[in-house]
Design a protein around this ligand. Structure first.
Ligand code: ADP
Ligand code: MG
Length: 697
């Protein structure tokens, strides 16, 4: 057999099972089968004797014979039992399902390997539904050591493709190969890094010789997986940047200078200055900028965006600024208008609720070039929105936007505009590197001076009286409070109910204060009106659902209460908390939960109480949920399928893979060197598995 042979041609694997493997696990060739990696391993490195079995034994294996095979009960209550024994004692084996098949497998003359978790019941030890295998040298070889466990689906199990059977099929496939598995990485990479050859790695990943070779096999296969993704991303982005001409912003002009010198209400933080320098270098390079700006909530990203937009204007270009919600777009618009004052920069707001007549004027002024900055929501993406000379696109809180939506903005100019994507949901470095390929990353890792870190407390729900007293005290001292409720279910209606019930509660228990409310079912103009009242301190408490989550800025608010905090994800909690702590006063975040909490929830709450650092929180989030579920990737999905590497754990291997790929492309950008032929072949083969995100981002 060859790697490319179809599994249906394997001895002992009928067409029906081959079909199930294809439809359920995408396995059609021997190669697919060998790349169906186990998800865990069980220690079967030794045989236990019956005498050693205790009531806290975990999964163990034994070998011995069976006797007293008997069937008891009928119909649903039917069961099959037998005595298993070795020279040290006896125990029981029991089956409740598949009795007929099992009965044909039991033979008192044979010796067996038994594997399972012992129970102590009715005065003796038993194992229910053990794995049972004849004790032959071949089986011993397969069963002993670190044993692979494979994912199976219900359909696979129905066709008897249990983990144990998949292991056997893989064993046979490996034995049937005519030649060793061909290396997929050049020797000049594998040797200096001490990577295990592919042939050995594949064999060890399924049938580890010992723990050490298992770990080496894993490292090798993880490296390979991450390396080819990096090679592909880096190669694509090099190709893109060589092709597309970037707009050149080569001077700093009046608008920038006037704003910076005369209007900036405070000194920029060092981090803001550094990021601006990075942006200036990009837009002055003649290449298109693709920059991701990460900065924790409140770190002052908007100002960086505004200064960048002024650079565009000074160089004769227009800029647009896209926000995910109407509240935010409006807030940016108001802030930016206020900051620019009488400077003579034209700014417009375009959202879903912009009137038709206004729209028309905006469209015209964009086309004739008299409009300098357009701020808005998804409405910016519509085809009727055309610019005369769009030079910079800023996208705030990018994870709310789908990939195709972003791609639409790119195409609003003949030459692609510079792109600045801003996010307050820090993405772990490993994920950013993989997800955004060659997006350059800037980080604002410093908050404006004078901010006090938010104090976060965990309250159980029965402490509501204390909580109400606390809110009252804060408001009496002149501050304001948010109280946020989770969605009971994913619908606008439930959003409204949650908010209305919360409103009731707060209004009854704190009747002396005025209360605002926003929820997903309100019209944008209604939400806006409520927000404005709160911002003007006409109301002291804002009851809200998660629509309040992103970006909203009311510096006088010092308390964030999150009801049923257990229902929120970590990055959401962090975002919500970021709504306070924006002024100079001490702010507080209170997480309310019921008593009974799952382990994961406990960890989330502990993380929140323990740190204010968004990056730390993002890392914890990725560890808890896996990279595929991190906010921002969950919607759009990872652009590739990781079979073995784990972005939460394999950061070091990823760095190594990226470094290696970078070095190779530096020396041989086209991969035309004979030594790199193997890389081209592999890239081509794997390309179906990697969506090209660098083209989009
Ligand atoms: P982000 O969008 O990063 O969450 P914002 O841009 O909304 O943060 O800024 C948060 C607040 O901090 C705003 O009120 C802003 O005016 C203020 N701010 C920004 N930069 C500075 C600075 N260098 N010094 C003081 N305050 C600043
Ligand atoms: Mg913001």
């Amino acid at each position: 057999m060859e790697l490319s042979s179809y599994i249906s041609s394997m001895y002992g694997l009928g067409p029906k099972r081959a079909e199930v493997l294809a439809s359920e696990a995408g396995i059609s060739t021997i190669e697919d089968l060998l790349y169906y990696f186990p998800y865990k391993y069980i220690d079967r490195s030794r045989f236990y004797s019956v005498r050693e079995v205790t009531s806290d034994s975990s999964y163990i294996q034994l070998h011995g014979k069976i006797k007293n095979i008997r069937k008891e009960g009928n119909g649903k209550n039917a069961r099959l039992g037998c005595i298993f024994y070795d020279e040290t004692g006896e125990m029981e084996l029991i089956w409740f399902k598949g009795l007929q098949y099992v009965a044909t497998q039991l033979n008192p003359l044979k010796e067996y390997i038994v594997f399972g978790k012992p129970n102590f019941f009715n005065g003796r030890f038993s194992i229910a539904h053990p794995e049972l295998e004849e004790y032959t040298p071949n089986n011993v070889r397969q069963c002993v050591g670190w044993q692979a466990v494979y994912n199976t689906t219900i359909k696979m199990k129905k066709s008897y493709m249990t983990s144990a059977n998949i292991r056997k099929i893989i064993y046979n496939a490996l034995a049937s190969l005519n030649n060793p598995i061909k290396e997929t990485l050049p020797q000049y990479i594998t040797e200096p890094l001490g990577l295990m050859p592919l042939n050995r790695a594949i064999r060890n990943i399924h049938f580890p010789e010992n723990l050490d070779s298992l770990q080496k096999a894993q490292a090798r296969l993880k490296f390979e997986e991450l390396f080819y993704i990096q090679l592909s991303l880096l190669r694509q982005s090099k190709f893109n940047s060589s092709k597309s001409q970037g707009l050149l912003f080569n001077h700093i002009g009046d608008n920038f200078n006037e704003f910076y010198k005369e209007r900036l209400p405070f000194e920029l933080t060092n981090a803001q200055k550094r990021v601006l320098k990075e942006i200036r270098a990009d837009v002055g390079s003649g290449k298109q900028m693709n920059r991701l700006l990460q900065g924790d909530v409140g770190s002052g990203k908007t100002l960086v965006a505004l200064l960048s937009m002024l650079m565009a204007i000074d160089n004769g270009y227009q800029a647009c600024f896209m926000a995910p919600t109407e509240i935010l777009a409006t807030q940016h618009y108001n802030n930016i208008r206020k900051m620019l004052g009488e400077m003579g920069v034209n700014v417009a707001l375009l959202t879903g609720s912009t009137k038709k007549s206004e729209r028309k004027i905006i469209h015209e002024s964009l086309l004739d070039g008299s409009m300098n900055i357009l701020i808005g929501t998804h409405a910016l993406l519509e085809d009727v929105v055309q610019f005369s000379n769009l030079g910079l696109v800023v996208i705030d809180e990018q994870h709310r936007f789908g990939v195709e939506q972003r791609a639409k903005l790119w195409s609003k100019n003949a030459n692609p505009p510079h792109i600045l994507v801003m996010t307050a949901t820090p993405i772990p470095r490993t994920l950013a590197m993989t997800l955004y390929g060659d997006l350059d990353v800037s980080v604002i890792d410093e908050l404006p001076p004078g901010r006090k870190p938010i104090k976060t407390y965990h309250y159980y729900e029965d402490k509501r009286d204390d909580l109400l007293r606390f809110i009252k005290k804060q408001i009496d001292a002149g501050h304001q409070a948010y109280v946020v409720y989770p969605l009971i279910e994913e619908s606008e209606k439930s959003d409204m109910i949650a908010a209305e019930q919360g409103y009731e509660y707060i209004a009854t228990h704190l009747p002396q204060f005025k209360v605002s409310m926003v929820h997903g079912r309100m019209k944008p103009s209604e939400k806006d009106a409520e927000m404005r009242k709160f911002a003007a301190n006409e109301t002291q408490i804002m009851v809200a659902t998660t629509v309040i989550e992103v970006g909203v800025d009311v510096p006088n608010a010092s308390v964030m209460v999150i009801e049923s905090a257990n229902r929120f994800g970590l990055s959401q909690l962090h975002q919500l908390r970021g709504r306070v702590g924006r002024g100079a006063e001490q702010s507080f975040c209170i997480l309310l939960t019921p008593y009974k909490l799952s382990n994961d929830t406990k960890k989330r709450i502990e993380t929140m109480v323990g740190t204010n650092d968004g990056f730390e929180i993002a890392e914890a989030d990725m560890r808890l949920r896996g990279p595929g579920d991190i906010e921002g990737t969950a919607q759009s999905g990872l652009p590739f399928d990781l079979k073995i590497a784990d972005l939460a754990k394999d950061g070091e291997i990823l760095m190594l893979a990226r470094d290696t790929a970078e070095k190779i492309l530096k020396n041989d950008p086209a991969l035309s060197n004979k030594l790199n032929e193997i890389l081209l072949i592999q890239l081509h083969k794997k390309s179906k598995n990697i969506i090209d995100w660098s083209k989009i981002s």
